[in-house]
Ligand binder design. Structure first.
Ligand code: SAH
Ligand code: SF4
Ligand code: F3S
Length: 456
């Protein structure tokens, strides 16, 4: 066989990665890029000159999944143009659509060379080599091997390029089976990464200049593992261990399930200063009837009592949440219960969605689907309430002292941007420190999605 131009020794190959969906996909895309770097691939920010295009996809709602096929149409045309010019392009589809619809992608999109599910990314470099040799590769087994063990740790050079904050996946998969959700089917059952692996990766990130780590998992607070002391650890103990790593100044974690908020984790919020006072704790709906139909396995009152316990431990904690409106059978009254719990809890940030029936989930087969215009109206009302809460929270911060992790230069000349403990971006009009420093500030005023502050 003829040697391909891009296989000449020393020649750089370019990979374009497009990421959809949640932060776990962001993390996975970085790991995939790191794994491909060993084969000479460098990142490019356009598909036009890419030797390899990877779409890391999301299946959570219908719209998310559809995007993939329209993007594939565009990429296929670029591939055809490149072929005319004698250049090769390998197209790979990764992520949750790959896992859920692997064979269908192969059928519907003949230009796709590789379909690879989230459990098998350690086999990506091999899949790319096979595709370059002319194979079409479908890798959607739930691999028995632990993908984390085989994927390389983050490369120091790429970590440095990504700034002072980083994601670190500690847990994958979900055993909760909420009746609306595809995640248990696309990501498989819950797996926790071992403590030693997590600590090693965190140390590496810290060494590369990272100051803030966000631990990731579909149910991150279901994480558990054996500690070096031989005892079973929960996420709380893990956070305490990570806090000992020199250089790490802030810790966060996401996404949590209310049922897995145990005493150890609440204690970490009480006793661990560098655990930021911010918690994403989805409730989805406020009606017990709907929560039951969703198989959330807690009531609105359980959630409220949990929030009270967390706030007792850490009074300045800010909550964020996810909501679904128009789940099958949701009446006006049920929806009012959602508004009621939002008013009772108050959220500083929230993601709210219209229910989207997903193939293969129990919800899709339920009776009494809600009309689209009713879903629209409910979503609008809910979002109006959530936006008001968000604004009120920001307004209350004006005049207060807090601190900011400096991340980068701002858009306007002389401005510097950092993050408050509550995740909101904070804009400073002078360089009050070096990137990666934590500086004390006074909040002066609120912007559209940010706060303006002065260093003190
Ligand atoms: N593991 C997380 C969230 C996973 S998906 C948790 O348990 O909270 C992120 C959010 O997408 C969910 O919290 C939910 O609000 C939303 N979502 C999931 N499936 C959906 C569907 N079929 N239709 C609309 N929104 C959905
Ligand atoms: Fe989906 Fe529920 Fe699992 Fe979250 S807890 S990933 S919403 S099944
Ligand atoms: Fe989407 Fe998969 Fe994340 S469905 S939200 S990319 S776990």
């Amino acid at each position: 066989m003829e040697t391909l131009a891009s296989e000449r020794p020393g020649e750089v190959k370019k990979v374009f990665v497009k990421t959809y969906g949640c932060q776990m996909n962001v993390y996975d895309s970085q790991r995939m890029s790191d794994a491909l770097a060993a084969d000479g691939y460098v990142a490019t920010d356009t598909p036009d000159d890419a030797d390899l295009v990877l779409l890391n996809t999301c299946h959570i709602r219908e719209k998310a999944a559809e995007k993939v096929y329209s993007e594939l149409g565009r990429i296929r045309r670029i591939k055809a143009d490149r072929a005319k010019a004698g250049q090769e392009m390998v197209i790979g589809v990764a992520g949750c659509v790959a896992q859920a619809e692997g064979e269908e992608i192969m059928r519907r999109a003949p230009a796709v060379d590789i379909v690879i599910g989230p459990q098998t990314y350690h086999r990506l470099p091999e899949a790319v080599r096979r595709a370059r040799a002319g194979d079409r590769v479908l890798e959607t087994d739930y691999a028995l091997e632990d993908k984390f063990e085989h994927l390389p740790h983050p490369r120091e050079v790429s970590v440095r390029g990504r700034g002072v904050t980083a994601f670190l996946t500690v847990q994958e998969g979900c055993d909760k089976f909420c009746t609306f959700c595809v995640v248990p089917y696309t990501r498989g059952s819950e797996v926790s990464r071992p403590v030693a692996q997590i600590v090693a990766e965190a140390e590496r990130l810290a060494h590369a200049g990272v100051r803030e780590i966000t631990l990731l998992g579909q149910n991150v607070n279901a994480w558990h593992g054996e500690g070096p002391d031989g005892r079973q650890w929960g996420l709380g103990e893990l956070l305490f261990r990570l806090a000992e790593i020199p250089g790490i100044a802030r810790l966060r974690y996401t996404t949590s399930h209310p049922r897995d908020m145990d005493d150890g984790l609440i204690a970490a919020h009480r006793d661990l200063d560098i655990l930021m006072p911010y918690l994403h704790l989805p409730i989805q709906a406020g009606s017990d009837r709907i929560l039951k139909a969703m198989n959330r396995r807690h009531t609105a009152d359980d959630y409220m009592r949990l929030v009270d316990r967390i706030r007792a431990a850490r009074p300045d904690i800010a909550l964020s949440g996810d909501f679904i409106v128009g789940f099958p059978g949701e009446t006006d009254e049920d929806f009012e219960d959602t508004l009621r719990i939002v008013r009772a809890v108050t959220f500083v940030q929230a993601f709210s969605f219209k229910y989207s029936p997903r193939p293969g989930t129990p919800g899709a087969g339920m009776e009494f689907h809600v009309d689209e215009d009713v879903k629209n109206e409910r979503l609008q009302r809910l979002q109006a309430l959530l936006t008001t809460q968000q604004r009120e929270f920001a307004a209350e911060l004006v005049g207060k002292h807090t601190n900011v992790l400096l991340e980068k230069a701002g858009r306007a000349e002389g401005q510097w941007v950092g993050r408050s403990p509550w995740l909101m971006p904070v804009i400073l009009d002078e360089k009050a420190g070096e990137i990666g420093d934590i500086v004390d500030v006074r909040i002066m005023r609120t912007g559209a999605n940010s706060l303006f502050a002065q260093a003190i």
